[in-house]
Design a protein around this ligand. Structure first.
Ligand code: M3P
Ligand code: FE
Length: 306
């Protein structure tokens, strides 16, 4: 049951060439560039998002994810959850307000899978981009590229999936919506803090702390096909798709940013209420679970992570 964690609020992604990365996320995916900071980080958002930004790009020597942040309903809830994270055994660090532009204090914690996460309650609300909040039109005409609507979820690779599931479900109030099992072993888990089929997911992998993809929501299957056209038009690195997932049933396409981080844009997908039973896939059906049409696994999709 909800403990006040509302949604994935931001992801900080490491990129090796900032200009190329801005072209990928802003001009190709259609995120809106909203800010830059003194350390050179670039801030972007999907046009439907209320808060000032959801993607922060940081120039680094290696690709990957620095952290993913979740917005909680209040500072009181954040501080209560901070205590519970400490009691669970997480390494917890408080990042002062303003370290990210226009963001309040953040509670950073580690997961048993080696990933860094954050909770925060305050971020400047700038409203949907290009749309007046009163009598709003359907969409702004100035959108570029794939017209990504919002940052939706991450799929991460790591080792201690059971520890991460305990942390997110018992401490943070997420629920397990879908899983892939190989006998007794859960090899993939999809968890939700909302009505979405997943806000976060993991695949079991021997190495800690890896990013499989950051995913962004599009409105329609037509938009996913249009994203595929743009990928070819700009000779971008395609991974797989357009296709449908068996797991969560979203319609999807995957491709890489110029640093090798995988991006997903998708539409549709199942929904989850607190009384929904967990949807289980058997590992011997993994082909269909991941790519519902091809029903065959793609080695690159399973092994390339940053
Ligand atoms: C998704 C999604 C696996 C599944 C990926 C599914 C096992 O990215 O958004 O539903 O890689
Ligand atoms: Fe995904």
């Amino acid at each position: 049951m909800s403990k006040g964690v509302m949604r994935p609020g931001h992801i900080q992604i490491r990129v090796m060439d900032m200009d190329e990365a801005v072209c990928h996320y802003r001009d190709r995916m259609g995120l809106i560039e909203t800010d830059r900071d003194a350390s050179g980080r670039v801030y972007l958002k999907g046009w439907t998002e209320i808060d000032a930004y959801s993607v922060v790009l940081r120039q680094a020597d290696e690709p990957g994810m620095d952290f993913m942040g979740f917005k909680v309903v209040s500072t009181e809830v954040m501080n209560q959850l901070k205590q519970e994270l400490i009691e669970f055994g997480c390494q917890v660090e408080v990042i002062p307000a303003g370290e990210l532009n226009d963001c309040g204090e953040r509670v950073r914690f580690d997961s048993p899978t080696g990933h860094m996460f954050e909770l925060y309650a305050e971020k400047k609300q700038t409203g949907k981009w290009g749309i007046h909040p009163k009598n709003p039109d359907a969409w702004p005409e100035e959108l570029k590229g794939m017209r990504a609507q919002r940052f939706d979820h991450c799929l991460l690779y790591g080792d201690d999936l059971d520890g991460a599931l305990d942390l997110f479900c018992k401490v943070l109030g997420f629920q397990l919506s879908e899983e892939v099992v190989d006998g007794e072993l859960r090899v993939a888990q999809f968890i939700s803090c909302s009505m979405k089929a997943h806000d976060l997911a993991w695949v079991r992998h021997p190495e800690k702390g890896k990013l499989h993809h950051a995913s962004f929501y599009l409105e329609t299957w037509g938009d996913v096909l249009r994203a595929a056209d743009l990928i070819s038009m700009h000779d971008m690195s395609l991974d797989i798709g357009p296709t449908r997932h068996g797991l969560t049933h979203g319609q999807t396409i995957y491709f890489f940013d110029p640093s090798g981080n995988r991006s997903e844009v998708f539409c549709g997908g199942d929904y989850t209420y607190p009384d929904h039973p967990v949807v289980t896939w058997d590992a011997d059906q993994l082909g269909k679970a991941i790519f519902y049409h091809d029903r065959v696994l793609n080695e690159r999709f399973l092994s390339v992570v940053t």
